[in-house]
Design a protein around this ligand. Structure first.
Ligand code: GUN
Length: 284
């Protein structure tokens, strides 16, 4: 069956071009560039790569970025004091704390310290709560990217059966809320779910953020399903694989994102979009 390849790289570029236009307009109106502050603690190699990509994207869209990098021995207080200073700094519009944090630091305490209006990851409990009620001003980037891709690919969301695999605060829970807002009937599956295939067989929309390489195969999917693969699994040979076995899934799916080049670029594009939203709001 012919399937639609959902080109996240190209769609993310479109989003970044629009942000670039708004950033330029913002600069003309205010005389300053929007600015994102990124906090990175520890030496997680993947986090270092993500932070470098986020800073590069800022430059691309015409925003400033500043990074605050700490060794893994950094104290919780040091990080929270840095956040408090950034909350007060009028030149900073967005603050992002790259996760995971070193084990001795409370993620909850750190995320709560970020000003709700500069919380471009949408992880503050206030923004997470607003997402559940009426939609938040700043919503998590990866879930927002998934919804953007589904709409762009032409998925009919209202009334569709959507299965989300994974229940994290970063992806699974917020994307489930967003799909519900689009009038999907949403099922959240996770590591303790029995017979995942039973749920997938009836799913018009699949968003997988389980973190298990190629665990979803074509025989598990409903014919014509829209499949969004959030998984980034590093294989022994150094390559990256998604949660979905692309080769077998593409024979059954109606539309599918590749890994890499699917959701990944969208996360960063939506981060730029959120930073723009935060800056525009702060300047009224
Ligand atoms: N770690 C994994 N995903 C994310 C994300 O979207 N934002 C941040 N800050 N850290 C992450």
């Amino acid at each position: 069956m012919a399937y639609q390849l959902i080109d996240g790289k190209a769609i993310a570029r479109e989003v970044r071009i629009e942000v670039k236009r708004r950033a330029n307009e913002f600069f003309i109106n205010t005389g300053v560039k929007p600015k994102l502050a990124v906090i990175l603690a520890g030496d997680n190699p993947a986090s270092q790569v993500y932070v470098a990509s986020k800073k590069k994207a800022c430059g691309w869209v015409g925003m400033e970025s500043a990074s605050y990098e700490f060794p893994s021995s950094v104290s919780e207080k040091e990080i929270i004091d840095t956040i408090y200073a950034l909350n007060e700094d009028k030149s900073v519009n967005g603050i992002l704390v790259q996760l995971p944090l070193p084990k001795h630091i409370s993620e909850e305490n750190v995320l709560r310290a970020v000003s709700k209006d500069k919380d471009v990851d949408g992880f503050h409990p206030m923004n997470a709560g607003e997402l559940m009620r009426k939609g938040a001003n700043l919503e998590p980037c990866t879930p927002a990217g998934c919804i953007y891709l589904l709409k762009k690919a032409g998925a009919l969301l209202s009334g569709a059966n959507a299965v989300v695999i994974g229940r994290s605060n970063i992806v699974g829970k917020p994307v489930a809320m967003m799909l519900l807002r689009e009038n999907c009937t949403v099922t959240i599956c996770h590591s303790k779910t029995k017979n995942l295939k039973d749920y997938l067989q009836n799913a018009d929309i699949v968003v997988s953020a389980m973190g298990r390489a190629r665990a979803i195969t074509g025989d598990m999917l409903k014919k014509g399903a829209y499949v969004i693969d959030v998984g980034i699994n590093r294989m022994e040979d150094g390559t990256i694989a998604g949660d979905v076995d692309f080769e077998s899934a593409k024979e059954v799916a109606g539309a599918i994102t590749p890994v890499p080049g699917g959701v990944g670029p969208m996360t960063i594009a939506m981060l730029m979009n959120n930073t723009m939203i935060a800056a525009e709001k702060q300047y009224g």
